[in-house]
Design a protein around this ligand. Sequence first.
Ligand SMILES: [Zn+2]
Length: 130
Amino acid sequence: MDNCKNCKKCGKIKNVTKFNKNKNYKDGLQIYCRACVKEYKRQDYIKNKEKISIKHAEYYLKHKEEIRFQQNKNKEARKIKAFEYRSKPEIKEKIALRLKKYRSRPEVRSQTNINIKITPALGKRKFEQK
Ligand SMILES: [Zn+2]
């Protein structure tokens, strides 16, 4: 029972992994389980939908440039990261293996005869355009 906790909202006894952390409580966990918190937030959102969307819109208008800058920055960083990750030999091997496995599935096999020929060419063209 050590790893379990009673949710104050739904009353169900659940594993502690089903509770979010909260330092303000003695045991360091939220008194409501994740499902209840999620439901509460959903209800709250439905109730205050307009208020929230106005708030978001206001925030966006105020910080438009910042947000765009951050988004673009993240985009580039993500792209580079993904490229670096995929260039690792062990990852390349993993991907190739996964692809091979995927293509050997009977339901895929019947389609891939056509797709295999098209996909690499498309990928190359996309790459060359940039
Ligand atoms: Zn609950």
